[in-house]
Write a protein that binds this ligand. Sequence first.
Ligand SMILES: Nc1nc2c(ncn2[C@@H]2O[C@H](COP(=O)(O)OP(=O)(O)OP(=O)(O)O)[C@@H](O)[C@H]2O)c(=O)[nH]1
Ligand SMILES: [Mg+2]
Length: 373
Amino acid sequence: MARKPFYLTKELPKTLLLGIHAPYNRSRNLDGYFEEFKNLVKANRGHYDAEKYIKIRTIDPAYLITRGKLEDLRHFIQEHEIEEIIISDAITAQQQRNLEELFNVKVLDRTGLILDIFEKAAHSAEGKKQVEIAKIQFQKSRLAGKGISMSQQSKQTSHASGSRGPGETAKEHEMRHLSKQIHQLKKELERIQRTRSEQRKRRLSSGQPQIALIGYTNAGKSTILNALAKSDVLAEDKLFATLDTTTRELWIGPKRIGLISDTVGFIQQLPHLLIEAFKSTLSELQYADFLLHVVDLSDVNWQDNIEVVQHILDELGIHKQMLYVFNKKDKVEHFDEVEPLLHDYQPHVIISSLSKATMQPLADTLLAWQKDN
Ligand SMILES: Nc1nc2c(ncn2[C@@H]2O[C@H](COP(=O)(O)OP(=O)(O)OP(=O)(O)O)[C@@H](O)[C@H]2O)c(=O)[nH]1
Ligand SMILES: [Mg+2]
Protein backbone atom coordinates (compact mmCIF):
# COMPACT_ATOMS: atom_id res chain seq x y z
CA MET A 1 0.00 0.00 0.00
CA ALA A 2 1.33 3.44 -0.88
CA ARG A 3 2.46 5.50 2.08
CA LYS A 4 0.03 8.27 2.87
CA PRO A 5 1.63 11.71 2.81
CA PHE A 6 1.44 13.53 6.12
CA TYR A 7 0.21 16.71 4.48
CA LEU A 8 -3.27 16.79 3.06
CA THR A 9 -3.08 19.48 0.44
CA LYS A 10 -3.43 17.94 -2.98
CA GLU A 11 -1.69 20.70 -4.96
CA LEU A 12 1.68 20.28 -3.29
CA PRO A 13 4.00 17.86 -5.04
CA LYS A 14 5.53 15.10 -2.98
CA THR A 15 8.94 16.46 -2.25
CA LEU A 16 12.22 14.78 -1.42
CA LEU A 17 15.05 16.74 0.17
CA LEU A 18 18.28 15.38 -1.19
CA GLY A 19 21.34 16.28 0.85
CA ILE A 20 24.63 15.82 -0.97
CA HIS A 21 27.85 15.28 0.92
CA ALA A 22 30.31 16.12 -1.82
CA PRO A 23 34.11 16.18 -1.65
CA TYR A 24 34.12 19.95 -2.19
CA ASN A 25 31.96 20.55 0.89
CA ARG A 26 34.24 22.07 3.52
CA SER A 27 31.65 22.52 6.30
CA ARG A 28 33.15 21.72 9.69
CA ASN A 29 29.83 20.30 10.75
CA LEU A 30 27.88 18.53 8.06
CA ASP A 31 24.74 18.19 10.17
CA GLY A 32 24.76 21.96 10.47
CA TYR A 33 25.04 22.27 6.69
CA PHE A 34 22.02 20.01 6.19
CA GLU A 35 20.09 21.77 8.96
CA GLU A 36 20.65 25.03 7.10
CA PHE A 37 19.47 23.37 3.88
CA LYS A 38 16.25 22.30 5.61
CA ASN A 39 15.79 25.86 6.85
CA LEU A 40 16.17 27.11 3.30
CA VAL A 41 13.42 24.73 2.19
CA LYS A 42 11.26 25.85 5.09
CA ALA A 43 11.86 29.51 4.22
CA ASN A 44 10.72 28.75 0.70
CA ARG A 45 7.60 26.67 1.10
CA GLY A 46 7.55 25.16 4.55
CA HIS A 47 6.91 21.55 3.63
CA TYR A 48 8.68 18.44 2.44
CA ASP A 49 7.83 14.76 2.66
CA ALA A 50 11.05 12.83 2.81
CA GLU A 51 14.76 13.37 3.18
CA LYS A 52 17.73 11.41 1.98
CA TYR A 53 21.46 12.02 2.28
CA ILE A 54 24.03 10.75 -0.16
CA LYS A 55 27.80 10.82 0.16
CA ILE A 56 29.57 11.06 -3.18
CA ARG A 57 33.29 10.56 -3.63
CA THR A 58 33.44 11.68 -7.23
CA ILE A 59 31.18 14.00 -9.17
CA ASP A 60 29.47 12.45 -12.17
CA PRO A 61 29.42 15.21 -14.83
CA ALA A 62 26.13 13.98 -16.31
CA TYR A 63 24.13 13.20 -13.15
CA LEU A 64 26.19 14.52 -10.23
CA ILE A 65 25.53 11.22 -8.47
CA THR A 66 27.31 8.06 -9.60
CA ARG A 67 25.56 4.98 -11.05
CA GLY A 68 25.02 2.71 -8.06
CA LYS A 69 23.66 5.52 -5.94
CA LEU A 70 21.39 6.64 -8.73
CA GLU A 71 19.81 3.18 -8.65
CA ASP A 72 19.19 3.44 -4.90
CA LEU A 73 17.67 6.82 -5.44
CA ARG A 74 15.41 5.50 -8.20
CA HIS A 75 14.01 2.85 -5.83
CA PHE A 76 13.44 5.43 -3.14
CA ILE A 77 11.64 7.77 -5.54
CA GLN A 78 9.40 4.98 -6.81
CA GLU A 79 8.65 3.60 -3.38
CA HIS A 80 7.72 7.01 -1.95
CA GLU A 81 6.04 8.30 -5.11
CA ILE A 82 8.26 11.38 -5.15
CA GLU A 83 7.32 14.09 -7.65
CA GLU A 84 9.95 16.70 -6.91
CA ILE A 85 13.53 16.70 -5.61
CA ILE A 86 15.27 19.63 -3.95
CA ILE A 87 19.04 19.25 -3.96
CA SER A 88 21.24 20.81 -1.26
CA ASP A 89 23.91 21.87 -3.75
CA ALA A 90 24.13 23.76 -7.02
CA ILE A 91 24.06 21.52 -10.09
CA THR A 92 24.63 22.18 -13.79
CA ALA A 93 21.82 22.68 -16.30
CA GLN A 94 22.78 19.39 -17.90
CA GLN A 95 22.67 17.49 -14.61
CA GLN A 96 19.29 18.97 -13.80
CA ARG A 97 17.85 17.97 -17.13
CA ASN A 98 19.31 14.48 -17.02
CA LEU A 99 17.99 13.85 -13.52
CA GLU A 100 14.55 15.16 -14.47
CA GLU A 101 14.42 12.86 -17.47
CA LEU A 102 15.80 9.85 -15.65
CA PHE A 103 13.39 10.01 -12.73
CA ASN A 104 10.53 11.86 -14.37
CA VAL A 105 10.40 14.34 -11.49
CA LYS A 106 10.96 18.07 -11.17
CA VAL A 107 14.42 18.99 -9.85
CA LEU A 108 15.21 22.20 -7.98
CA ASP A 109 18.81 22.88 -6.97
CA ARG A 110 20.28 25.18 -4.33
CA THR A 111 20.51 28.13 -6.71
CA GLY A 112 16.87 27.78 -7.81
CA LEU A 113 15.82 27.40 -4.19
CA ILE A 114 17.64 30.54 -3.01
CA LEU A 115 16.32 32.50 -5.98
CA ASP A 116 12.76 31.47 -5.04
CA ILE A 117 13.29 32.60 -1.45
CA PHE A 118 14.70 35.93 -2.58
CA GLU A 119 11.74 36.39 -4.89
CA LYS A 120 9.33 35.95 -1.99
CA ALA A 121 11.35 38.16 0.34
CA ALA A 122 11.80 41.10 -2.04
CA HIS A 123 9.56 44.00 -1.11
CA SER A 124 11.07 47.19 -2.49
CA ALA A 125 10.92 48.00 -6.19
CA GLU A 126 14.70 47.77 -6.28
CA GLY A 127 14.82 44.41 -4.52
CA LYS A 128 12.17 42.99 -6.84
CA LYS A 129 13.97 44.13 -9.96
CA GLN A 130 17.30 42.78 -8.74
CA VAL A 131 15.80 39.36 -8.04
CA GLU A 132 13.96 39.34 -11.36
CA ILE A 133 17.21 40.01 -13.22
CA ALA A 134 18.93 37.19 -11.33
CA LYS A 135 16.06 34.80 -12.09
CA ILE A 136 16.12 35.55 -15.79
CA GLN A 137 19.91 35.23 -15.86
CA PHE A 138 19.44 31.83 -14.23
CA GLN A 139 16.83 30.80 -16.81
CA LYS A 140 19.21 31.91 -19.53
CA SER A 141 22.05 29.84 -18.13
CA ARG A 142 19.76 26.81 -17.88
CA LEU A 143 18.69 27.34 -21.45
CA ALA A 144 22.27 27.70 -22.63
CA GLY A 145 23.02 24.33 -21.08
CA LYS A 146 20.08 22.69 -22.77
CA GLY A 147 21.90 22.16 -26.02
CA ILE A 148 20.55 19.43 -28.16
CA SER A 149 16.78 19.17 -28.15
CA MET A 150 15.89 22.84 -28.54
CA SER A 151 18.69 23.80 -30.88
CA GLN A 152 17.98 20.77 -33.03
CA GLN A 153 14.56 22.04 -33.95
CA SER A 154 14.91 22.48 -37.64
CA LYS A 155 15.87 25.90 -38.81
CA GLN A 156 13.65 25.28 -41.85
CA THR A 157 10.56 25.26 -39.68
CA SER A 158 11.48 28.50 -38.02
CA HIS A 159 9.72 30.58 -40.65
CA ALA A 160 6.49 29.05 -39.40
CA SER A 161 6.86 31.06 -36.22
CA GLY A 162 6.12 34.66 -37.00
CA SER A 163 8.28 36.15 -34.26
CA ARG A 164 11.37 34.10 -34.94
CA GLY A 165 14.02 35.56 -37.17
CA PRO A 166 15.05 33.72 -40.32
CA GLY A 167 17.00 30.59 -39.52
CA GLU A 168 16.68 31.13 -35.76
CA THR A 169 16.19 28.07 -33.56
CA ALA A 170 13.70 28.03 -30.70
CA LYS A 171 16.60 28.24 -28.29
CA GLU A 172 18.18 31.23 -29.97
CA HIS A 173 14.80 32.90 -30.06
CA GLU A 174 14.21 32.33 -26.35
CA MET A 175 17.73 33.47 -25.47
CA ARG A 176 17.22 36.67 -27.43
CA HIS A 177 13.90 37.26 -25.69
CA LEU A 178 15.46 36.79 -22.23
CA SER A 179 18.37 39.09 -23.07
CA LYS A 180 15.91 41.78 -24.09
CA GLN A 181 14.03 41.38 -20.82
CA ILE A 182 17.26 41.69 -18.82
CA HIS A 183 18.26 44.78 -20.75
CA GLN A 184 14.89 46.41 -20.04
CA LEU A 185 14.96 45.50 -16.34
CA LYS A 186 18.50 46.84 -15.96
CA LYS A 187 17.40 50.14 -17.43
CA GLU A 188 14.51 50.34 -14.95
CA LEU A 189 16.83 49.38 -12.13
CA GLU A 190 19.28 52.13 -13.04
CA ARG A 191 16.48 54.65 -12.71
CA ILE A 192 15.63 53.43 -9.20
CA GLN A 193 19.27 53.40 -8.26
CA ARG A 194 19.79 56.97 -9.33
CA THR A 195 17.21 57.98 -6.73
CA ARG A 196 19.00 55.97 -4.10
CA SER A 197 22.33 57.44 -5.00
CA GLU A 198 20.79 60.92 -4.48
CA GLN A 199 19.55 59.86 -1.06
CA ARG A 200 23.00 58.52 -0.26
CA LYS A 201 24.63 61.80 -1.28
CA ARG A 202 22.32 63.64 1.10
CA ARG A 203 23.11 61.18 3.84
CA LEU A 204 26.84 61.50 3.36
CA SER A 205 26.71 65.26 3.18
CA SER A 206 25.12 65.26 6.66
CA GLY A 207 28.58 64.25 7.87
CA GLN A 208 27.20 61.59 10.19
CA PRO A 209 29.27 58.44 10.61
CA GLN A 210 27.83 55.45 8.76
CA ILE A 211 27.60 52.09 10.48
CA ALA A 212 26.46 48.93 8.69
CA LEU A 213 25.26 45.62 10.09
CA ILE A 214 26.48 42.76 7.97
CA GLY A 215 26.65 39.00 8.40
CA TYR A 216 25.32 35.59 7.66
CA THR A 217 21.58 35.20 7.21
CA ASN A 218 19.61 34.77 10.47
CA ALA A 219 22.55 36.02 12.58
CA GLY A 220 20.38 38.68 14.24
CA LYS A 221 21.20 41.84 12.25
CA SER A 222 17.64 43.14 12.11
CA THR A 223 17.05 42.30 15.78
CA ILE A 224 20.11 44.38 16.70
CA LEU A 225 19.01 47.27 14.50
CA ASN A 226 15.56 47.20 16.09
CA ALA A 227 16.93 47.07 19.60
CA LEU A 228 19.56 49.76 19.07
CA ALA A 229 17.64 52.16 16.90
CA LYS A 230 14.09 51.50 18.12
CA SER A 231 13.14 50.36 14.68
CA ASP A 232 10.63 47.79 13.48
CA VAL A 233 12.35 45.92 10.66
CA LEU A 234 11.01 42.41 10.27
CA ALA A 235 13.17 40.06 12.30
CA GLU A 236 12.22 36.41 12.27
CA ASP A 237 13.64 32.96 12.49
CA LYS A 238 13.73 32.57 8.77
CA LEU A 239 16.58 32.70 6.30
CA PHE A 240 16.69 35.89 4.24
CA ALA A 241 14.03 37.82 6.13
CA THR A 242 15.73 41.05 5.02
CA LEU A 243 16.64 41.92 1.46
CA ASP A 244 16.36 45.69 1.58
CA THR A 245 18.71 48.13 3.20
CA THR A 246 17.12 50.10 6.05
CA THR A 247 18.92 53.07 7.60
CA ARG A 248 18.12 54.62 10.98
CA GLU A 249 19.61 57.23 13.27
CA LEU A 250 21.49 55.62 16.11
CA TRP A 251 21.40 57.20 19.55
CA ILE A 252 22.88 55.67 22.64
CA GLY A 253 21.43 57.49 25.60
CA PRO A 254 21.77 61.21 24.81
CA LYS A 255 24.63 60.62 22.34
CA ARG A 256 24.08 60.57 18.63
CA ILE A 257 26.41 57.91 17.20
CA GLY A 258 25.56 58.15 13.51
CA LEU A 259 23.44 56.31 10.98
CA ILE A 260 23.06 52.54 11.10
CA SER A 261 21.98 50.31 8.21
CA ASP A 262 20.70 46.75 8.02
CA THR A 263 21.68 44.70 4.96
CA VAL A 264 20.86 41.47 3.13
CA GLY A 265 22.33 38.38 4.81
CA PHE A 266 24.92 36.12 3.19
CA ILE A 267 25.00 32.36 2.86
CA GLN A 268 27.47 29.76 1.66
CA GLN A 269 27.29 29.06 -2.06
CA LEU A 270 25.27 32.24 -2.51
CA PRO A 271 24.45 32.13 -6.19
CA HIS A 272 26.82 34.38 -8.03
CA LEU A 273 23.89 35.72 -9.99
CA LEU A 274 22.51 37.16 -6.78
CA ILE A 275 25.78 38.74 -5.75
CA GLU A 276 25.90 40.36 -9.18
CA ALA A 277 22.28 41.48 -9.00
CA PHE A 278 22.67 42.86 -5.48
CA LYS A 279 26.03 44.46 -6.14
CA SER A 280 24.65 47.96 -6.16
CA THR A 281 22.74 47.46 -2.89
CA LEU A 282 25.83 45.92 -1.36
CA SER A 283 28.02 48.68 -2.74
CA GLU A 284 26.41 50.85 -0.05
CA LEU A 285 28.89 49.13 2.21
CA GLN A 286 31.65 51.04 0.41
CA TYR A 287 30.37 54.17 2.13
CA ALA A 288 30.28 52.70 5.61
CA ASP A 289 32.79 53.85 8.20
CA PHE A 290 32.32 50.90 10.52
CA LEU A 291 31.06 47.38 9.85
CA LEU A 292 29.36 45.38 12.59
CA HIS A 293 29.85 41.78 11.51
CA VAL A 294 27.09 39.92 13.34
CA VAL A 295 27.76 36.22 14.02
CA ASP A 296 25.25 33.72 15.41
CA LEU A 297 27.42 32.00 17.98
CA SER A 298 24.84 29.27 18.52
CA ASP A 299 25.22 28.07 14.92
CA VAL A 300 27.52 25.04 14.90
CA ASN A 301 29.12 26.38 11.73
CA TRP A 302 29.73 29.92 12.99
CA GLN A 303 33.40 29.81 11.99
CA ASP A 304 32.55 28.72 8.44
CA ASN A 305 29.91 31.45 8.33
CA ILE A 306 32.51 34.10 9.19
CA GLU A 307 34.67 32.83 6.32
CA VAL A 308 31.74 32.98 3.91
CA VAL A 309 31.01 36.59 4.85
CA GLN A 310 34.67 37.52 4.64
CA HIS A 311 34.95 35.89 1.25
CA ILE A 312 31.99 37.82 -0.14
CA LEU A 313 33.35 41.10 1.28
CA ASP A 314 36.69 40.37 -0.40
CA GLU A 315 34.90 39.68 -3.64
CA LEU A 316 33.09 43.00 -3.37
CA GLY A 317 36.40 44.72 -2.56
CA ILE A 318 35.11 45.96 0.80
CA HIS A 319 37.81 46.40 3.43
CA LYS A 320 36.63 48.45 6.35
CA GLN A 321 37.12 48.86 10.06
CA MET A 322 35.12 45.95 11.48
CA LEU A 323 33.85 44.70 14.81
CA TYR A 324 32.79 41.06 15.28
CA VAL A 325 29.50 41.03 17.15
CA PHE A 326 29.11 37.53 18.55
CA ASN A 327 25.37 37.27 19.09
CA LYS A 328 22.93 34.77 20.68
CA LYS A 329 25.21 34.00 23.61
CA ASP A 330 22.09 32.90 25.53
CA LYS A 331 21.64 30.07 23.04
CA VAL A 332 25.18 28.69 23.26
CA GLU A 333 25.16 25.48 25.24
CA HIS A 334 28.84 25.15 26.12
CA PHE A 335 30.14 28.68 26.10
CA ASP A 336 33.33 27.71 27.95
CA GLU A 337 34.31 25.55 24.95
CA VAL A 338 33.59 28.29 22.45
CA GLU A 339 35.12 31.22 24.31
CA PRO A 340 38.83 30.42 23.67
CA LEU A 341 38.15 30.28 19.93
CA LEU A 342 36.89 33.85 19.92
CA HIS A 343 40.34 35.31 20.62
CA ASP A 344 41.22 34.81 16.97
CA TYR A 345 38.58 37.32 15.98
CA GLN A 346 39.51 40.86 17.00
CA PRO A 347 38.11 43.24 17.97
CA HIS A 348 34.91 41.64 19.16
CA VAL A 349 32.02 41.91 21.60
CA ILE A 350 29.84 39.09 22.89
CA ILE A 351 26.17 39.85 23.28
CA SER A 352 22.65 38.53 23.28
CA SER A 353 20.28 40.89 21.56
CA LEU A 354 17.20 39.71 23.38
CA SER A 355 17.63 42.25 26.18
CA LYS A 356 19.09 45.73 26.54
CA ALA A 357 21.33 44.66 29.43
CA THR A 358 23.01 41.88 27.44
CA MET A 359 23.61 44.28 24.55
CA GLN A 360 25.59 46.65 26.73
CA PRO A 361 29.05 45.56 25.42
CA LEU A 362 28.01 46.65 21.94
CA ALA A 363 26.56 49.95 23.14
CA ASP A 364 29.78 50.67 25.08
CA THR A 365 31.97 49.89 22.06
CA LEU A 366 29.88 52.14 19.82
CA LEU A 367 30.13 54.98 22.33
CA ALA A 368 33.91 54.58 22.52
CA TRP A 369 34.10 54.45 18.72
CA GLN A 370 32.07 57.63 18.42
CA LYS A 371 34.47 59.44 20.78
CA ASP A 372 37.41 58.50 18.57
CA ASN A 373 35.72 59.76 15.42
N1 LIG B 1 18.09 33.35 21.35
C1 LIG B 1 18.39 34.43 20.62
N2 LIG B 1 17.74 34.65 19.46
C2 LIG B 1 18.07 35.76 18.75
C3 LIG B 1 19.07 36.67 19.19
N3 LIG B 1 19.19 37.63 18.25
C4 LIG B 1 18.30 37.34 17.27
N4 LIG B 1 17.61 36.22 17.57
C5 LIG B 1 16.58 35.55 16.76
O1 LIG B 1 17.18 35.09 15.55
C6 LIG B 1 16.26 35.14 14.47
C7 LIG B 1 16.85 35.87 13.30
O2 LIG B 1 17.01 37.23 13.63
P1 LIG B 1 17.03 38.38 12.55
O3 LIG B 1 17.31 39.66 13.28
O4 LIG B 1 15.84 38.31 11.66
O5 LIG B 1 18.32 37.95 11.72
P2 LIG B 1 18.94 38.65 10.41
O6 LIG B 1 20.42 38.57 10.58
O7 LIG B 1 18.36 40.00 10.23
O8 LIG B 1 18.48 37.63 9.28
P3 LIG B 1 18.24 37.87 7.70
O9 LIG B 1 17.51 39.15 7.52
O10 LIG B 1 17.45 36.69 7.33
O11 LIG B 1 19.60 37.88 7.08
C8 LIG B 1 14.99 35.80 15.05
O12 LIG B 1 14.08 34.78 15.37
C9 LIG B 1 15.49 36.50 16.30
O13 LIG B 1 14.50 36.63 17.30
C10 LIG B 1 19.73 36.40 20.43
O14 LIG B 1 20.61 37.12 20.90
N5 LIG B 1 19.35 35.26 21.09
MG1 LIG C 1 17.24 40.73 8.71
